[in-house]
Ligand binder design. Structure first.
Ligand SMILES: [Zn+2]
Length: 334
């Protein structure tokens, strides 16, 4: 069924045998933009997006106005709404023109027809399984390694940004486009080192409007083990027995770099207000990475630095809980 959705090398006019995975992905994007009107139109419209930058002490937040994201930002993700719509990530429901590349044997890399970046991909699992990180974290590391030269991989938890919480998927963006990727080296100078040894380092980062954990290691097994422990610590401190609210960004370049943003809620209170008080933002990995996307021009015009601060204060995990997770995680490691 899904095999008819895998694009053949002969359909990729820009790809030559022996080329890298990244070159193949670029060729897929080019092919889809030429053969699929929706993709052509929406990638072309990216030229019209507006951007502005807000500077804080040692970092910046970029605000992007992107009307193409309205469906995703205002998506109803409650159980009833999800059950009542056909799954748009299952191969059988993909638009006829849409084709992809096999990734890590179990995933299909697709051009995202509603882009935030000039190269933006959605990577659903072929099977229809719920959005869930623990059993798919190994795949996330392996796909990040497959895409290493040019792309960054991200994961939005089912309750914090995934518009298909019923179908497991990642997304990919051009490497180093998110402010957090550019700022991480300087952030590490002022962060707390929770653990460091020959194979892995774990940091806790605050003073960044939002709170995050950062793991760096070239050992696959060490990363998997450490992530599991951190997941357990977050679950323990937040007192839940399901998946904690998480946004995760992974890059690979000789070592994995994993940015983990624990969340408190999906949307800030302004999302639910009416009239002039409404601000339509649905923060997910990209936003927590420092690129805040708003689909309404009126919001783009009125959002100021205080609104940005308030957005993260409301939706990031709070300071006390973050500190408790650090304590718990250190204890688990001793
Ligand atoms: Zn599905």
């Amino acid at each position: 069924m899904y095999s008819s959705k895998i694009i053949s090398d002969s359909e990729l006019s820009d790809f030559h045998e022996g080329g890298s995975k990244s070159q193949k992905i670029e060729a897929l994007l080019k092919e889809q933009i030429s053969s699929w009107a929706l993709a052509k139109n929406n990638y072309h419209n990216l030229k019209n997006i507006k951007k502005k930058e807000f500077y804080f002490d040692t970092f910046k937040i970029i605000l992007q106005f992107n009307s193409g994201r309205i469906t995703s930002s205002s998506a109803k993700v409650d159980e009833k709404s999800i059950k009542e719509r056909p799954c748009f990530l299952c191969a059988s429901n993909l638009p006829q023109e849409q084709k992809g590349l096999l990734c890590n044997d179990k995933y299909l890399l697709l051009v995202n027809p509603f882009p935030i970046f000039d190269k933006h991909f959605t990577i659903p699992q072929i099977a229809h399984n719920p959005q869930e990180i623990l059993s798919n974290f190994n795949s996330m590391l392996l796909i990040a390694k497959e895409l290493k030269d040019d792309f960054t991989l991200f994961y939005n938890g089912p309750q914090c940004g995934a518009s298909a919480p019923d179908h497991m998927h990642f997304q990919a963006s051009p490497k180093n486009e998110l402010p957090v990727e550019q700022e991480i080296n300087s952030l590490l100078n002022s962060s707390e080192i929770i653990k460091t040894n020959n194979s892995i380092s774990v940091y806790a980062i605050s003073n960044y409007l939002r709170y995050l954990f950062f793991i760096e290691s070239d050992s696959f097994n060490s990363v998997v083990l450490e992530f599991r422990k951190l997941y357990d610590s977050i679950q323990y401190v937040t007192g839940i027995d399901y998946e904690p609210m998480l946004n995760i960004i992974v890059t690979y370049n000789e070592a994995w770099r994993i940015f983990i943003f624990p969340r408190k809620v999906h949307r800030a209170k302004e999302f639910f207000l009416d009239g002039n008080n409404k601000i339509l933002l649905s923060p997910a990995s990209v936003d927590f990475g420092g690129l805040v996307v708003t689909p309404r021009e009126e919001d783009f015009e009125k959002i100021d630095a205080e609104d940005i601060e308030s957005l993260f204060k409301q939706t990031s995990i709070d300071e006390n809980t973050f500190n408790e997770i650090i304590v718990k995680h250190k204890r688990n490691n001793n």
